[in-house]
Design a protein around this ligand. Structure first.
Ligand code: HEM
Length: 323
């Protein structure tokens, strides 16, 4: 969690200098470093030039891919004609992408070897796949989810922060680093992460084509779906279903504590229920458990380090160091 502490150091330094921290650039660096270390197994610090440029390379690379389907809603119908009618050329980003490719080829050792040897991928394909998972799935997902989680906690006025720090400090040993294992039993921390995913699912829309005829049932209707039909799911709607979630429009930090864990089979943010497992056939997020555990680990670290944090959208205005 060294990378997280560098992120928090940068926020503190901004606050000391200017009274607040608009943390987006620090967050991009943190997420890139954290995820590259954990997914690729390489520390970007060994190539300082790449460590500096890669977060913005990946942002541009991601933007070029999502822009054609991203509703900007500012100047329709010109937006449809000029921005949404063609794919953007890879040439714009080719040179910087190649630097990232070279870094992973050189330093991705074990994970690249497994892609090639265990999964039979040609080496270049293993590397492109790793960049896709790192840059699109992982960094893309965390860049949306993490600010939403931080914002929820930093703006809370119900005493949640006191309860989080109490739980974290009760269940952790300050002399050792927190780990995936040590946050497993932090029920409130985990529940806050689940509730943040329910309240604002980071990827709102899912599309799929029916592979066979089937009946799709809701609480009160049955729909006949024919093979080949296009289906669209809108997670924010499902996550505010009052047949399932009590007061769905309220953020309830304890919703998934104790018996509330039964609701995990209705929590959809990852293309399937939180209790399901990703497989080749269901297209559920392959990082599903990694996401929730990492988010809990980050949140627990924040409340091991601080008594309180305050802020708003994309901004931290004050942190109270742990006494
Ligand atoms: C907060 C972070 C994340 C969010 C919100 C998220 C969300 C999702 C969603 C909604 C899908 C389904 C997309 C679709 O087919 O419609 C998905 C797929 C996927 N995710 Fe994630 N994800 C996150 C992080 C990660 C991480 C860290 C990894 C890798 C370790 C990952 C790997 C994948 C992969 C490989 C797929 C494609 C699965 C397939 O098509 O079979 N994701 N993710």
């Amino acid at each position: 969690m060294l990378t997280l502490h560098k992120f928090l150091d940068a926020i503190e330094s901004d606050i000391a200098k200017g009274g607040s921290s608009s943390y987006s650039p620090h967050l991009q660096n943190f997420i890139f470093n954290f995820l590259t270390r954990s997914l690729v197994g390489a520390d970007p610090a060994i190539d300082p030039e790449l460590a500096k440029s890669a977060p913005s390379t990946l942002n541009t690379w991601l933007a070029l891919q999502v822009l054609p389907v991203m509703p900007l809603l500012i100047f329709q119908p010109l937006e449809e004609v000029f921005l949404h009618s063609y794919a953007y050329p890879f040439a714009f980003i080719k040179r910087d992408y190649q630097k990232l490719y070279n870094f992973i080829e050189q330093h991705g050792g074990e994970v690249v070897r497994r892609g090639a040897e265990e999964f039979g991928l040609p080496l270049p394909e293993a590397i492109h796949n790793l960049i896709f998972v790192l840059g699109f799935n992982a960094i893309g997902g965390f860049s949306v989810f993490f600010p939403s989680l931080l914002n929820t906690v930093a703006t809370d006025k119900t005493g949640l922060q006191a309860r989080l720090r109490e739980e974290v400090r009760k269940l952790s040993d300050p002399s050792t680093s927190l780990s995936f294992d040590s946050v497993k039993d932090m029920e409130l921390v985990n529940s806050v992460v689940y509730e943040a995913l329910r309240f604002n699912p980071p990827v709102t829309l899912q599309y799929a084509r029916a592979r066979k005829d089937f009946e799709l049932t809701s609480h009160d209707s049955v729909f006949d779906v024919k093979k080949g039909e296009l289906l669209c799911g809108y997670q924010p709607l499902a996550m505010k279903d009052d047949n399932i979630f009590d007061e769905p429009e309220s953020f309830k930090p304890d919703r998934f504590v104790g018996k509330g864990k039964e609701l995990l089979s209705y929590l959809f943010w990852s293309n399937g229920p939180q209790t399901g497992s990703p497989s080749e056939s269901n297209k559920q997020c392959a990082g599903k458990d990694y996401v929730t555990r990492s988010a809990s680990l980050i949140l627990a670290n924040v409340f091991q380090r601080y008594d309180s944090i305050s802020g708003g959208a994309g901004k931290i205005t004050a942190v109270g160091k742990a006494k």
